[in-house]
Design a protein around this ligand. Structure first.
Ligand SMILES: *Cc1c(COP(=O)(O)O)cnc(C)c1O
Length: 229
């Protein structure tokens, strides 16, 4: 079987899962966007998935993302990984959405990068649902201030919140907390409509909690190849 056939099969299985998850939640399939997380997979996979109809791709490391963005055109890039401020300008040059904004200094760096690149970036505030600083995300108490800063920054648009399910809690419970936080945030920022939650293992729970965007790697591309560092 060619890689193209494999990806086509995986995409169709994933589509069925998403369709079923939406139906179970009483939602329309078009309320949930698929972001294909291609980290560690080659740019050729991105091109194949693009040709199969996927339009949004997620990456978590700047260097890898930048190379793929230069190699594959006609797609939109979401940056979903831990982001150092010194990489913000680079990310602002190719990403259309930065999902992992989790501190005020990063807001300033992204805004400066967007201005230099003369681009507008959609920004999601990443929320930590377990308080583990190793896994990224802002503590929930800091989310309103970060969101206000994004909304006020020229070149950035606050589009919502993102989170990764904690390791030690039912995803459904954690996503319900995230959905509540997103609702509260929307009272001050009506444009912050996006709720990015759900990955290969927990997309059904996320869709049930109102996720508008799932970030799927393994279920779509298979196991990530080991990287040489
Ligand atoms: C890698 C990654 C994903 C995709 O995870 P899978 O379990 O492979 O679907 C989603 N979100 C973020 C932030 C990631 O780093």
């Amino acid at each position: 079987m060619t890689r193209r056939d494999e990806l086509a099969e995986r995409l169709s299985a994933l589509e069925q899962r998403l369709e079923a998850a939406c139906t179970a939640a009483g939602r329309a399939r078009d309320e949930v966007t698929l972001v294909a997380v291609t980290k560690f997979h080659p740019a050729t996979d991105v091109a194949v998935l693009r040709d199969l109809g996927v339009s949004r791709f997620g990456e978590s490391r700047d260097q890898e993302a930048r190379h793929k963005a230069a190699e594959v055109d006609g797609v939109r890039w979401h940056f979903v990984g831990r982001l150092q401020t010194n990489k913000a300008a680079s990310v602002a040059s190719y990403a259309c959405v930065v999902e992992s904004c989790d501190r005020l200094r990063l807001v300033a760096a992204l805004a400066a990068g967007a201005r230099t690149a003369r681009r507008e970036l959609d920004v999601l505030v990443q929320v930590s649902l377990d308080g583990d600083p190793e896994r990224g995300g802002a503590p929930t108490a800091q989310v309103p201030a970060i969101a206000d800063a994004v909304a006020a920054a020229q070149g950035l648009r606050l589009s919502g919140v993102m989170a990764v399910a904690p390791l030690a809690e039912e995803p459904a419970r954690a996503f319900a907390r995230l959905a509540e936080l997103a609702d509260r945030l929307r009272r001050d920022h009506p444009s912050a409509r996006e709720l990015s939650a759900g990955m290969s293992a927990d997309l059904e729970q996320a869709v049930a909690c109102g996720s508008t965007s799932v970030r799927v790697g393994t279920a779509l591309l298979g196991p990530r190849p080991p990287v040489l560092r």
